[in-house]
Design a binder for this molecule. Structure first.
Ligand SMILES: C[S@@+](CC[C@H](N)C(=O)[O-])C[C@H]1O[C@@H](n2cnc3c(N)ncnc32)[C@H](O)[C@@H]1O
Length: 379
């Protein structure tokens, strides 16, 4: 088994949640802006891909160094042990980004890294000719931040938010990783009722169901590193077997998604069937103002329209008011609403217990949290 520096990349604001997930997989980690770094073997790479709900992707760090000139970038990249990672037939495109660095021309940085890797590989594999690059994909990234180059290989392929269940979607679907983060931030437990009153394509209820039954979010998809020569098939088999063992398919769930738009309800139902929760999540067409329940100690998580588009504002403000009135009756419930509308608390009619800044893509939002009464201990 080898030892690798692993990076789980995270959307801004979700780093602490990703770190919590990494630690619960059993790896000590360091948290920085937009990434969580830890070391682990091949099984750590497989398990991270399969299990991390809130990370964007898993990368292997090949090296990190200061680079102020193209020469430095070339020599330091060439000095890295590429032959440990790339077989002779590897396909190895190079992508890049540069922030606050002397080397700002991303296309030049990419070309130089590519050339340096080729030089190193030519020497190691004793070749004078081109590499055909006909084998598995090892996508290299050179990321410059304040003149420090971090060179990684992507081990995920499609981003981890692509769980494979969203066959259709509405207008403003949440990224699955953010939906999972919202559910995790509520500390909801599977024995409590859960409602998403703005379910759209059903992302939040489906992520809640996966969390409730401890289903690995990557269980039904493939990862680019499954084709890598140094990631033995057995490692993946064992990681998938572990996920199968840990899944609690018998865990009963009380999860509902509602939406004003009946077309969204149909889409959410289709996605839930695809995710394997066809019978478990109840979807219904309903306006938020009509939500009522006799159940106690539930959790509501919602991503309503923000009213940012001209013309929507007044209707959205009225809807927030009605939501506040409807939810005021649910005093044992905890309510979490994510919106960019800065007047939310005033419209809803109550100051939040706590607010947490979150980014929905590039939109800065707050997660307004209204904590309900705690369930009695001996119940
Ligand atoms: C931002 S989208 C939610 C997206 C969803 N989280 C997803 O991942 O697909 C907001 C949803 O709220 C619904 N909606 C708008 N007004 C509503 C209301 N008054 N009551 C219930 N749902 C409403 C819209 O139909 C839309 O599907």
């Amino acid at each position: 088994m080898g030892k690798y520096q692993i990076i789980a990349t995270a959307a801004m604001g979700l780093e602490a949640l990703v770190a919590k997930e990494v630690r619960s997989l059993g790896y000590n980690c360091e948290v920085e802006n937009s990434r969580v770094t830890y070391s682990g073997d091949e099984s750590a790479i497989a398990r991270s891909n399969l299990w991390l709900r809130t990370a964007d992707r898993i990368k292997i760090k090949v090296g990190e160094f200061k680079a102020f000139t193209f020469d430095e970038l070339f020599e330091k990249t060439k000095a890295l042990p590429w032959e440990h990672f790339l077989p002779e037939d590897a396909e190895f495109p190079v992508i890049g980004k540069s922030v606050k660095s002397k080397l700002f021309s991303v296309s030049d940085c990419q070309a130089i890294v590519k050339k340096a890797v080729v030089e190193r590989m030519k020497k190691h594999y004793k070749r004078n000719t081109w590499f055909e690059e006909s084998g598995a994909l090892y996508r290299i990234e050179v990321a410059l931040l304040k003149d420090v180059a971090t060179i990684t290989i992507d081990a995920s392929g499609s981003g981890l938010h692509k769980r494979g269940y969203r066959i259709d979607q509405g207008e403003a679907p949440l990224k699955e990783t953010l939906a999972a983060a919202l559910v995790m931030l509520t500390n909801w437990q599977a024995d409590r009722p859960f409602i998403d009153p703005f379910c759209g394509s059903g992302t939040i209820p489906i992520e809640a169901a996966m969390i409730g039954q401890n289903i690995a979010p990557g269980f039904n998809r493939e990862f680019v590193s499954e084709a890598w020569k140094w990631m033995p098939e057995k490692v993946w088999e064992e990681a998938r077997m572990e996920a199968e063992d840990l899944a609690k398919y018998d865990q009963p769930l009380d999860i509902a998604g509602t939406d004003i738009d009946h077309r969204m309800v149909r889409i959410a139902e289709g996605n839930a069937v695809e995710a394997g929760f066809g019978d478990l999540i109840k979807f219904k067409q309903m306006q938020v103002r009509d939500i009522s329940t006799s159940k106690d100690y539930g959790v509501i998580v919602g991503n309503p329209p923000y009213g940012e588009r001209l013309g929507d504002k007044k209707a959205v403000e009225q809807m927030y008011r009605e939501m506040g009135q409807a939810f005021s009756k649910l005093d044992t419930w905890s309510i979490y609403i994510m919106t960019s509308n800065e007047d939310f608390e005033q419209l809803y009619g109550k100051p939040a217990t706590k607010k947490r800044k979150l980014f929905n893509g590039f939109i800065r939002t707050d997660l307004y949290q209204y904590w309900g009464k705690r369930p009695p201990r001996n119940e």
